[in-house]
Ligand binder design. Structure first.
Ligand SMILES: Nc1nc2c(ncn2[C@@H]2O[C@H](COP(=O)(O)OP(=O)(O)OP(=O)(O)O)[C@@H](O)[C@H]2O)c(=O)[nH]1
Ligand SMILES: [Mg+2]
Length: 448
C-alpha cells in the first residue's frame, strides 16, 4: 500500500502554467474529490486528459486540465494524476493544500523517482541520470545522461556481474569435490574473464575525469607574472569587464572565477594574482592562494608579457610544469600589439588581450583541449558513488587474480569475487539499502 504523495512538478514562482503531480494508491480518488468535469475520473481509462474545474471546500479555485496515468504505466509505476493549473503561487498552493486535506501528503525530495526505482521502472543508474539530466548545464552532459537513462550501461554491468556469479559458483562447486581434485573451469579462462572486467572497470574509472568536466566545467586558470595582462585576458574571454585592470603590478590579489560557454561546453575561467619572482626562487605567494585552484585546473595558461621578452616566463612555465603534473600547461605570448615582429621560433600562442588579436584562436584552442579531455566513448556520467564502487570492484578482482596466481584455495578466490559481485549489484541498485537510497534521492529536488 503506497500512500499518496503530492508536489509541484514545475519550478516555484510565477509561470504560464504550473503542474502538480499526485502519485499513489489513492491518487485518482483524491483528485476526483476536487474535480468537476464531464467525466467521472474513477471510471476513466489510463492516459486521458480532461478539462474541468478544481473545487475546494465548495469554492472554485481554478480551471485546470488533468491527466490520468494508471499503474503500472506511469513514471512511478503507481496511479499518477497530473494537474495543470494557472501558474500563480496562490493557485497552486491552494490546490496542493486541498489535495493534502483530502488525504495526500507532501512528497520528499526525489520521492517520485525513488518510487519509480522501487517499482522497477528504472535502475539506480537511470535514476541518477534523471537528476543529471535535470541539472545538466551543457548539451553534451545532457546527451550523456540521456544515454545512461536508456539503460544500456546497466545491461553491460549486469552481463559482467553474471559472469562473475558463474565463476564464483563453479569455484564453490569445486570446493565440494575438493578431495577429487576436480577443476571445472580452467584457471586461464577465469583469469581472462576477470582481466576483461578489470579493464572495463578501469576504463570507467578513467572516465570519471571527463564526467567531472561535464558536470562542473572545464577549468582554465590564467597565471603569470604581475602585469602580464591576466585580468585583461580574463575580461576579453568573458566579453565584459569583470576584473580590475591597471598598469600597477599586483592589481589582482585574490582569484576570480567566471563561466563561459564554448560550443555549449561550460568552461570555468580563473584569473589569479600575479606571481612575483624574488632574487633566487619564484615566490609562490600568489600561487599559495591559488594552490588548490591550480591543482584542480585542467588547463593552465601561462601568460607572458612579450614586450619584456618572449622568454621572460620560461622559468616560471618550467616550475609550474614540474609542480602541476596533472594539468596541461601552455605558454601564451601577450601584448604582441607592442611587438614589431613575431618570434616564429616560438610555438606558443600569440595574442593581444587588449586589442583582441589571436583571441578566436585561443578560444578554439581551449575548446579543442576541453573536447579532447572528454572525448571518451563511455555512455555514463560517472559520479563519486560510481567511482568509489568501481575502485572497490577493481581492488577485489585484482586480489582474486593474485589468489589464483598464488594457487590459493578456491575459497579465497571466491570471497573476492563475491565481494565484487555485491559491489556491482550496488552500482545498478540490484542490491540496495535505505541509506544508499536516501543518499541518492535526497539530492533531488522536491517534485522529482
Ligand atoms: N598593449 C597591451 N597592453 C596590455 C595587454 N594586455 C594587458 N595590457 C596592459 O597591461 C597592464 C596590466 O594588465 P592587467 O590585466 O591588469 O595585468 P595582470 O596580469 O592582471 O596584473 P596583476 O593582476 O597585477 O598581476 C594594463 O595596463 C593593461 O592595459 C595587451 O595585449 N597589449
Ligand atoms: Mg590582474
Amino acid at each position: 500500500m503506497a500512500d499518496t504523495i503530492v508536489a509541484l512538478a514545475t519550478p516555484p514562482g510565477v509561470s504560464g502554467i504550473a503542474v502538480i503531480r499526485l502519485s499513489g494508491d489513492n491518487a485518482i480518488d483524491i483528485a476526483s474529490s476536487c474535480f468537476q468535469g464531464k467525466v467521472d475520473l474513477k471510471n476513466s481509462p489510463t492516459h486521458r486528459i480532461y478539462y474541468g474545474r478544481f473545487i475546494y471546500n465548495s469554492k472554485f479555485i481554478d480551471d485546470i486540465t488533468l491527466s490520468i496515468f494508471r499503474n503500472p504505466n506511469s513514471y512511478t509505476g503507481e496511479d499518477v494524476i497530473e494537474i495543470s493549473c494557472h501558474g500563480g503561487m496562490i493557485i497552486y498552493n491552494e490546490i496542493i493544500k486541498a489535495l493534502i486535506h483530502n488525504g495526500a501528503r507532501l512528497a520528499q525530495p526525489g520521492e517520485y523517482t525513488k518510487r519509480a526505482f522501487l517499482n522497477g521502472k528504472m535502475d539506480l543508474l537511470q535514476a541518477e541520470a534523471v537528476a543529471d539530466i535535470i541539472n545538466s548545464t551543457s548539451y553534451i552532459s545532457e546527451q550523456t545522461s540521456a544515454r545512461q537513462l536508456f539503460g544500456e550501461f546497466t545491461s553491460e554491468i549486469n552481463r559482467f556481474r553474471k559472469e562473475l556469479i558463474d565463476i564464483a559458483s563453479l569455484l564453490e562447486i569445486e570446493l565440494d569435490f575438493a578431495d577429487e581434485d576436480l577443476e571445472f573451469v580452467p584457471r586461464t579462462r577465469i583469469r581472462n574473464q576477470i582481466n576483461e572486467i578489470i579493464k572495463f572497470a578501469q576504463s570507467l574509472i578513467e572516465s570519471y575525469k571527463s564526467a567531472q568536466i561535464l558536470r562542473s566545467g572545464y577549468f582554465v586558470a590564467i597565471v603569470g607574472y604581475p602585469n602580464s595582462g591576466k585580468s585583461t585576458l580574463f575580461n576579453t574571454l568573458l566579453k565584459r569587464n569583470r576584473a580590475i585592470v591597471s598598469e600597477i603590478p599586483g592589481t589582482t590579489r585574490d582569484y576570480l572565477e567566471e563561466f563561459i560557454y564554448l560550443d555549449g561546453l561550460p568552461i570555468k575561467l580563473i584569473d589569479t594574482a600575479g606571481i612575483r619572482e624574488t632574487s633566487d626562487i619564484i615566490e609562490i605567494e600568489g600561487i599559495r592562494l591559488a594552490e588548490s585552484i591550480l591543482s584542480q585546473s585542467n588547463l593552465i595558461l601561462v601568460l607572458n608579457d612579450s614586450e619584456i621578452s618572449f622568454h621572460n616566463s620560461d622559468k616560471l612555465y618550467e616550475e609550474l610544469q614540474n609542480h602541476y603534473k596533472n594539468s596541461k600547461l601552455v605558454l601564451i605570448q601577450n601584448k604582441i600589439d607592442k611587438i614589431g615582429k613575431i618570434d616564429n621560433q616560438n610555438d606558443s600562442i600569440h595574442i593581444s588581450a587588449k586589442i583582441g588579436t589571436g583571441i578566436d584562436e585561443l578560444n578554439q584552442f581551449i575548446l579543442s583541449e576541453a573536447l579532447e579531455s572528454i572525448n571518451r566513448e563511455q555512455d555514463i556520467l560517472l559520479n563519486m558513488r560510481h567511482y568509489t564502487i568501481l575502485e572497490k570492484v577493481k581492488e577485489n578482482l585484482m586480489s582474486a587474480l593474485a589468489s589464483i596466481d598464488n594457487n590459493l584455495e578456491n575459497e579465497f578466490i571466491a570471497i573476492d569475487i563475491r565481494s565484487a559481485i555485491k559491489q556491482l549489484g550496488e552500482l545498478t541498485g540490484e542490491i540496495y539499502n535505505e541509506d544508499i537510497l536516501n543518499n541518492i534521492f535526497s539530492q533531488f529536488c522536491i517534485g522529482k
